[in-house]
Design a protein around this ligand. Structure first.
Ligand code: NDP
Length: 273
């Protein structure tokens, strides 16, 4: 049998749970494929990713900080990738062209649905302006949410708010100006949690009803979620999103959708015991 060769490109990738998630998908769907992590330097991403596809690679997931580079590497793009200007999944089609897609947005929305979070017409703060933020902004705007985006490098938040304001209501703000502002949902889309850091924020932006979501998954609550718990009990990490966006990648590569609910259950059994 011809086993599809798939890889995860990023830097760092040592912490990534994606290979375990794809083993679970393979197990529950009975579809064998190889899925390996490849750590690449910033300057080598393009050449290594191209080589991978030239020498038998069929698909790839792209994680930080290469989603923008992957966008420019692809020959063809889906509407979702075009909207977010960021690619987290690549598939080689017709044995020739690299097709870029973005499943972060649909994975995130899917997770909010799983958590029964009402996500229409809400006031949402997004912290971070990297590839992950780009992926989730278009679907959140298409559901008529009001987004405020802030970032350590404010210029990037400004650029994103300009790029996406044709899709809906999005504004940027500096963290200083966030003082006393209130939100229904606060999303940490920075990579702070993987470095055990907190973004610089005032804690009066959270009240007892604020729903706080950290896109990073961690067995223990991340620093950000611990910080949120001081004010609100509604918190969630990025596990459901991680598994959902991976399931939509799987769908692209194998034309079959693995059960997200079952995958989360198996993942927790393997990882939490
Ligand atoms: P990028 O490298 O593209 O962006 C990183 C972002 O984090 C930037 O906005 C950066 O700000 C900010 N940041 C980094 N360090 C700090 C710090 N010390 N203080 C404040 N801000 C900081 O990464 P991605 O956007 O691709 O990913 C972000 C996170 O989301 C990652 O940890 C990733 O694992 C997670 N993620 C989870 C997914 C899931 O399925 N659960 C899916 C996608 C991503 P600046 O611009 O100033 O550098």
């Amino acid at each position: 049998m011809n086993i599809k060769k798939i890889a995860l490109f990023g830097n760092p990738v040592y912490h990534s749970k994606s290979p375990i998630i794809h083993k679970i998908f393979s197990y529950i769907t009975n579809i064998p494929y190889s899925y390996n992590k490849i750590n690449v330097s910033n300057k080598n991403f393009n050449i290594i990713a191209k080589n991978f596809f030239d020498f038998g690679g069929y698909g790839a997931n792209i994680t930080l900080p290469f989603k923008k580079k992957a966008f420019y590497l692809c020959d063809l793009l889906t509407e979702r990738a075009k909207l977010s200007k960021s690619v987290n999944v690549i598939t080689k089609i017709n044995n020739k062209y690299l097709l870029g897609d973005n499943t972060d947005g649909i994975g995130f929305i899917n997770d909010l649905k799983r958590l029964y979070i009402i996500y229409k017409k809400k006031k949402i703060l997004i912290i971070g302006a990297g590839g992950a933020a780009r992926g989730i902004i278009p679907p959140l705007l298409l559901y008529n949410n009001n987004i405020i985006i802030t970032n350590r490098t404010l210029e990037k938040a400004k650029k994103i708010s300009k790029e996406f304001n044709n899709l809906g209501n999005i504004k940027y703000i500096s963290n200083k100006k966030l003082f006393n502002k209130k939100f229904d949902i606060i999303i940490n889309a920075t990579s702070c949690s993987i470095k055990n850091k907190l973004p610089n924020l005032f804690n009066n932006i959270i009240n007892s009803n604020t729903f706080c979501y950290d896109m990073v998954y961690s067995k223990k609550n991340t620093y950000f979620l611990k910080w949120c718990l001081r004010k609100s009990k509604y918190i969630n990490d990025g596990l459901g999103m991680l598994i959902s966006q991976a399931a939509y990648s799987f769908l692209l590569w194998h034309n079959k959708m693995p059960s997200i609910k079952l995958s989360i259950e198996i993942f927790k059994k393997i990882n939490y015991n």
